[in-house]
Design a protein around this ligand. Structure first.
Ligand code: HEM
Ligand SMILES: *[C@@H]1O[C@H](CO)[C@@H](O)[C@H](O)[C@H]1NC(C)=O
Ligand SMILES: *[C@@H]1O[C@H](CO)[C@@H](O)[C@H](O)[C@H]1NC(C)=O
Length: 347
């Protein structure tokens, strides 16, 4: 009997690595089970349940952009911040309660995220025509898509039927949200932990072709870059002096002053973001850091001279992002009010 153990053990040592290798090859490259989510959603999910939905989205987003063109950027960012932290489940829309510190008031979101009222307006209309049917998370995705399209960007496939989450966590934001001051490596790790990759990061950062950033988010580059006592040597000189006068070297109200993320065409969704990175007028440290990585810089150059490639890849990555951590079927709920979880959840 004695010799049998070593034989079966060595057999195990041989077979286990092969087993795990084959598993790794065949498993989809998505921690959050992209394929399952995709299978459970459908493009015609609300066609019969809420035929007015597309019109409501189109009208409300159009009206909001007419009133304030920046809102297009804010809606797009709202969806990103929802999806990248604990998945797309409208957790970012939940207000804090006495038992729950949510995402809204976490660093990176507080005094920064905008567009909540637009989602509320859409939800109010939707509840009038098709009550308790359309999730807040689908509204968020549809509104972001409409917003980008309205300011000249691409549109993309968005399968529907996501359900709203039951909790939100400030701690998750601290752990999962990329930071403008972090290295590309660290921010990429936050994408890969969601089943997204460096390419998704490069193409989705192209969203910074619209919208604004507060001085406090890029000031590290203006006066004392990496402890050198000097500005970031890579910033274009003209832009540096503009930014320094807009964002003086002191900690006061000027920290909230706004600079355009795309200094050339801030209100238009185009590929100018990439051209800017090449000419040294990218705004955030996280934007500029793309140029220091050879793969990312290669993508940047490609997108800077091929708008269609950027649009196609952006559309594909938005679809991938919209599937991160999705609840479907009987999971989660359809919130009646996007700010709070339903108390009498009968599902
Ligand atoms: C490496 C990842 C990213 C980092 C570090 C980052 C960081 C930032 C920062 C610091 C701001 C300015 C916020 C403020 O001033 O309060 C900003 C704005 C913005 N971000 Fe990102 N971002 C990233 C990726 C993305 C992605 C993937 C999207 C969307 C697909 C996006 C869309 C936007 C938009 C549209 C704005 C302007 C919002 C407005 O004007 O209201 N960002 N981002
Ligand atoms: C118009 O935009 C401003 C600035 O974002 C906002 O304060 C205001 O509530 C908006 N008004 C409407 C009717 O949406
Ligand atoms: C990257 O992440 C590591 C581990 O969390 C941290 O120690 C380091 O300071 C981060 N570096 C940057 C530049 O973000």
């Amino acid at each position: 009997m004695a010799p049998k153990t070593p034989i079966s053990l060595s057999f195990l040592f041989l077979i286990l690595p092969i087993f795990f290798f084959i598993q790794a090859l065949s498993a989809p490259n998505y921690n959050y089970n992209y394929q399952k989510a995709y299978n459970e959603l459908s493009y015609d999910f609300y066609d019969k349940l809420c035929p007015r939905l597309p019109m409501i989205i189109r009208y409300r987003v159009w009206a909001a952009v007419q009133n304030d063109s920046r809102i297009a950027a804010s809606l797009l960012r709202l969806q990103f911040h929802d999806c990248i932290v604990d998945g797309c489940e409208a957790s970012v829309l939940l207000d804090d309660t006495k038992d729950m510190k949510g995402e809204k008031n976490a660093p990176g979101n507080v005094k920064s995220l905008r567009g909540f009222e637009v989602i509320d307006d859409i939800k109010a209309d939707v509840e009038t025509y098709c009550p308790e049917t359309v999730s807040c998370v689908d509204i968020l995705g549809l509104a972001a898509r409409e917003a980008v399209y309205l300011v000249g960007g691409p549109s993309w496939n968005l399968p529907l039927g996501r359900r709203d989450g039951l909790t939100a966590s400030k701690k998750s934001v601290l752990e999962q949200l990329p930071s403008p001051k972090a290295s590309l490596e660290n921010n990429t790790a936050k994408f890969t932990s969601k089943g997204l990759d460096l390419k998704d990061l490069v193409v989705l950062s192209g969203a910074h072709t619209i919208g604004f950033a507060r001085c406090v988010t890029f000031k590290v580059r203006l006066f004392n870059y990496k402890g050198s006592g000097q500005p970031d040597p890579d910033i274009n000189a003209g832009m540096l002096s503009d930014l320094q006068s807009m964002c003086p070297n002191r900690n006061d109200g000027t920290n909230a002053n706004l600079a355009p993320l795309d200094v050339v065409t801030v209100d238009r969704f185009d590929n100018e973001y990439y051209t800017n990175l090449i000419s040294g007028v990218g705004l955030l440290e996280s934007d500029h850091s793309l140029m220091a990585d050879s793969y990312a810089a290669h993508m940047v150059r490609q997108y800077s001279y091929d708008t269609n490639l950027f649009y196609d890849d952006f559309a594909e990555s938005m679809l991938r992002m919209s599937l991160v951590g999705v609840l479907s079927g009987r999971d989660g709920q359809i919130r009646k009010n996007c700010h709070v979880v339903n108390v009498d959840d009968g599902y």
